[in-house]
Each structure stands twice: as C-alpha cells, then as structure tokens.
Design a protein around this ligand. Structure first.
Ligand SMILES: NCC[C@H](CC(=O)O)[C@@H](CN)CCC(=O)O
Ligand SMILES: [Zn+2]
Length: 329
C-alpha cells in the first residue's frame, strides 16, 4: 500500500518504542508525600492509603535513609497535628515553630542536605472547621484574611528551610501574596513557589483526609477548589498564577485531568508542569490490582506515562518508593 500508511516500522522494537515518548519517568521527577505527626514516635499505617504511614519526627530519618540511598530526590511535607486542642478557627498551629512541619523541615534539611524539601501550605489540617482558609460569619471563606494567613505560613516554612512552598488552599491571590512576602523577606531568590493552580474538587482526596485529619467539619470545598467541569476556570487560574509569580504550575488530581495538564503545558510552556497523583487515584490502582483487574506495577507505570504524555515533568506520587526500586531493574 501507500508507503505513508506504514507506521509499524517506527515502533517494532522496544527501544524505538521508548523513543516515541517525549518524556520518560526518572527518579528526579518524583516528589514523595510525607505525613508528619506531632507524636514523636508515631508510625501508624494509614488504612485507606495502602503502604503509607503517618510518622513522628523520631521515625522520619530511619524511614528516609534507605529511600535517599535509592535515589529519592524530593519530598512534600504535610503536618498531622494529633494533640487535642491544637486546632482553632485561624489554623494557628500551622506555623508553630514547635509543630511537626517546621521541625520536620529543619530535621530533613539537616540530615539529608541533598533532598529538595517541598512543603504544602494550607490551613485545613490546623483549623477546627477543616476548611482551607479563615471563614466569615456566614461560613464562606474570607479571602483577605485567608490569603494573609496562608502567605504568613508559607514564609515561616521558607524561613525554616523549605526549598519550595506549595499552597494547596486555592484561595484567590495567594500566589501573589506569597511572592511579595518572599521578596520583602529577602528570600524570594532561594524559595521556589509551586502553585496548586488547577486543583479540582471531588471524591479523590478521601484517603488523604483520613491520613491528615483534614476533612471539612461541614460543607465541602466546592466553592474554592475548581468544579470538575471547569476547564475554562482552570485555564484562567493557571494564567493568573503564572502572572502572580508561580515558578511551577501543578494540576491535581492527575489521571482524570490530563486535558488540564495539557492546557497547563500550553499556557505555561516556559514553566515546568507538576501533577499530583492523589490519594484516591493511588488507592484506586491498588484496589483494582487487588481485585485482579491488572498488575499493580504495570498500571502504576501506565498511569504515569499518561501524566507525562499530557505534559507533566514532575509527579507527586505515593508510588515513589516503589518507583525507586522499579526504575532500577
Ligand atoms: N489542602 C487540601 C489538601 C488536599 C485534599 C483536600 O482537598 O482536602 C490534597 C493535599 N494537598 C489531598 C492530596 C491527596 O489526596 O493525596
Ligand atoms: Zn487545605
């Protein structure tokens, strides 16, 4: 037949097939989420997040040592305050210098200087109401108070040694506020600002909320996380956050939002795009593999291939420890 109809020759060999991919997963693309609690010797399995644990400060180093040895390059920290009475309406504990996150930053920076430390910035783990900001009397978010508080927390984490701060709150204007305060504090030159720019509401965060104890005590996050159908809103949020000074744009969740990752790459073609393979997506792959739908490792790579194909070059993934092993063989 017509010679232009012949494509098979281009991918008949495994190496040629690998050449067809614009990006291939490497260890340096992976960021591993860590749940750090305020009970020093805590090491508790998170039932809804297979193989993942909540750990206190005393358990972090022994856990991380072998992973760093295997090539772990970056972690993203989430604080899990368990001590009763820690939470309040303002999320005061979020930037407690004695809290698990700030102490975790210092410990990890000191023991693993080669690790790139990303810190999630939000209030939902520290507020009594569980929302990602400060509320008005009518229970809607007070944008100005929330942005002021979130940006203060981001600065505290940066000053404690975070290489990167990543606000996952989805309050309007927090990227600009954080960038301005980083500049005022004279640390903008050594702090990467990664925006959860296109973060969608939905049912894929359940296991995380179990782990972090960050469920909203009433209502939901539909008025500040993006509506799943809102592709235009996501594009507008991405353009806005790039304009406000984001150094990396993140899309979250990942596997059901590949069009948004592709949009982010198009709109932010000069920035790296990150994608967060969230707790529900991770748990889904485990549950399906356990049900015999497919092989776990095969699917973990297949999901990741799609996320990379869509345009991401950084992946936040709970599969990171396994990928460190799988990528070596
Ligand atoms: N700050 C929001 C946390 C948010 C989940 C939520 O909406 O509660 C994500 C953490 N950044 C959840 C991540 C996950 O599910 O893995
Ligand atoms: Zn939050």
């Amino acid at each position: 037949g017509d010679i232009s109809s012949q494509l098979h020759g281009g991918y008949h060999h495994p190496l040629a097939r690998s050449w067809q991919a614009e990006r291939q997963l490497t260890k340096s693309m992976l960021i591993y989420p860590l749940f750090i609690s305020d009970i020093p010797d805590d090491e508790t399995l998170i039932p809804s997040l297979p193989g993942q644990y909540r750990r206190g400060l005393n358990k972090l180093v022994p856990f991380l040592e072998p992973l760093v040895h295997k090539g772990l390059r970056s972690v993203i920290l989430f604080g899990v305050p368990l001590t009763p009475g820690t939470k309040d309406a303002l999320g005061t504990a979020a930037d407690d210098p004695k809290g698990p996150v700030i102490q975790g930053i210092r410990l990890i920076r000191q023991r693993f200087p080669q690790l790139f430390v990303v810190v999630d910035v939000c209030l939902c783990e520290y507020t009594s109401h569980g929302h990602c900001g400060i509320l008005r009397d009518d229970s809607t978010l007070n944008n100005q108070l929330s942005v002021d508080r979130i940006s203060d927390v981001a600065i505290a984490y940066a000053q404690a040694g975070a290489h990167c701060v990543a606000p996952s709150d989805m309050n309007d204007g927090r990227i600009r506020a954080i960038k301005l305060k980083l500049i005022e504090e004279g640390i903008a030159h050594k702090t990467l600002l990664m925006s959860y720019a296109a973060k969608f509401s939905g049912c894929l965060y359940g296991p995380f909320r179990d782990a972090a104890g960050s469920c909203p005590s009433f209502g939901d996050r539909k008025c500040y996380q993006l509506p799943p159908g809102g592709r235009g809103l996501a594009r507008r949020a991405i353009v806005r956050d790039i304009g406000e000074g984001a150094d990396i744009i993140m899309v979250k969740p990942a596997s059901q939002y590949l069009d948004i990752i592709s949009d982010a790459k198009e709109l932010g073609k000069d920035l790296p795009v990150a994608a967060y393979h969230v707790s529900g997506e991770y748990a889904m792959v485990h549950a399906a593999a356990k049900a015999g739908v497919f092989d776990l490792k095969t699917m973990a790579f297949e999901v990741t291939e799609g996320i990379l194909r869509a345009g991401a070059s950084i992946i936040i993934s709970y599969f990171t420890p396994e990928f460190l092993d799988w990528l070596d063989h």
